[in-house]
Every structure is written in structure tokens, then in C-alpha cells.
Design a protein around this ligand. Structure first.
Ligand code: TIU
Length: 230
């Protein structure tokens, strides 16, 4: 007799080969879709980046979030940032870049990358709803110094669909951390974004190269089509 797993699994065409997931064992992980990275006046802009590059991620990610909400999938929203007293920010991170306005300093959206400030929160279009995990992280990776692994293991999650910003920084770090912990990671190509188009492109290729050395990549349309068969 077929198991429940077989009955509800879906297969997504992906690079370097197909990715099969079972929604109750999968988490959609949305990395750092915060005003501090997407809007002018936040941390991304303070670093000298053109934040408009990230805007195109919002619409496809909204569609993926809606599709995930229609399944039993666990949904995790991460936010990079620090306690107001900055006691969880390493001195190396606070001093990096010799910025005039750096982490903890007052910018147009409140104190930069500080929890509770306007810039630190998630953009309206992707705002978490009740029952979804909001995970504050002090580093680039979502596993470092957080309880993410515990939450995923307790839910029986084995597969991650990874989205958010930026492709080569927080997304990459999280995929590498997740992959080393044994999670199967699918990165949605149009639902991750970078301030640097070339880093985005190469960052995606790095994930799926060498037989999927860190994971898989696919356009969100392929995931949506697979989920629509459920
Ligand atoms: N600067 C940059 O590309 N990214 C970060 O600092 N954090 C995240 O990627 N979220």
C-alpha cells in the first residue's frame, strides 16, 4: 500500500535534477525581506547599494507565499538584526565598512538593523500571519545563534524552499548551513535577489553545480505548477 508520503509528494523540475518534496516535511524559508534591505535609508543603502535591484523579488515571492499558505507547509520569516543594546552584535560586524551611519545608528527608518525599528521589520507585501515563525538572527545564516534547527526538527521538516535576500550573502549562508545539517534545499531563482546581478547569477550556479553541491535551483513557476497538482 502506498504511504501518505507517496500520496502527497510533488516533484519540481530543477537544476541539477528534479526535487521531490512532501509539504508537511517542508518549510518555506523567507530570508530577510526587511525594509532595511529593500528600501532606501536602510542597512543595504548604507552599504552603498542600489536597493531597487531587490524589488523584483517581492511579486513572485508573494505568489509562492500564498501557495505555501494553501498547504500544510511550515513558513519561516527571518530578520537580520540586533538587540537595542547591540550586545549580540560582534564588534567586527559593528565596525565593518567604516560607515558614517552603521548598525545601531539612527537612519530614516529608525536605528539601522535594530529589532523593533521600522527598517528592521518585514515589508508589508510579505508580512507574516499568525502561526508563521518569525526568526530573529544576528548573523547572515539563519541557523547561527538561533533555534531554527530545533524548530524544523520538531516539525519533522527535511526539505527547505529558500527565498529572500540577498542571494550571495544571507541566502547562500543559510543554504550552506542547512545543507551541512542534512536539509535538502531548493532555492527559487526569481524569489532571491542581490544588489549585484552578476553575484546573483553566479551564486545560483554555485548552488546547483557539482551535482547539487549545496542544493537545487528552480524558477518559482515550476514549484507553483507542482503544488497545483495537490
Ligand atoms: N549586504 C548584503 O548583501 N546582505 C546582508 O547584509 N544581509 C542579507 O543578505 N540579508
Amino acid at each position: 500500500m502506498a504511504s501518505d508520503l507517496t500520496l502527497t509528494a510533488v516533484t519540481v523540475p530543477a537544476k541539477p535534477y528534479e526535487f521531490t518534496l512532501e509539504p508537511t516535511r517542508t518549510a518555506l524559508v523567507i530570508i530577510d525581506m526587511q525594509r532595511d534591505f529593500l528600501e532606501p535609508g536602510g542597512f543595504g543603502a548604507m552599504l552603498g547599494n542600489d536597493v531597487s535591484h531587490l524589488a523584483k523579488v517581492v511579486e513572485p515571492l508573494q505568489a509562492v507565499l500564498a501557495a505555501a499558505r494553501a498547504t500544510d507547509m511550515m513558513i519561516v520569516h527571518t530578520r537580520e538584526g540586533h538587540r537595542p543594546d547591540l550586545s549580540d552584535a560582534p564588534p567586527s560586524k559593528l565596525s565593518r565598512g567604516n560607515l558614517d551611519t552603521g548598525i545601531g545608528d539612527l537612519g530614516p527608518k529608525g536605528r539601522v538593523l535594530v529589532r523593533g525599528e521600522e527598517g528592521h521589520d518585514i515589508v508589508e507585501e510579505l508580512y507574516p500571519i499568525e502561526g508563521e515563525v518569525v526568526l530573529d538572527k544576528p548573523g547572515k545564516g539563519a541557523f547561527y545563534a538561533t533555534d531554527l534547527e530545533l524548530l524544523l526538527r520538531n516539525q519533522g521538516v527535511t526539505h527547505l524552499i529558500v527565498t529572500g535576500v540577498t542571494t550571495e550573502v544571507c541566502v547562500h549562508t543559510t543554504v550552506r548551513e542547512g545543507n551541512d545539517r542534512g536539509f535538502e534545499c531548493l532555492v527559487l531563482e526569481d524569489c532571491v535577489g542581490s544588489y549585484f546581478p552578476e553575484f546573483h547569477e553566479v551564486g545560483l550556479r554555485m548552488i546547483a553545480a557539482q551535482g547539487g553541491i549545496f542544493g537545487w535551483t528552480a524558477p518559482s513557476s515550476d514549484l507553483l505548477e507542482a503544488l497545483s497538482t495537490l
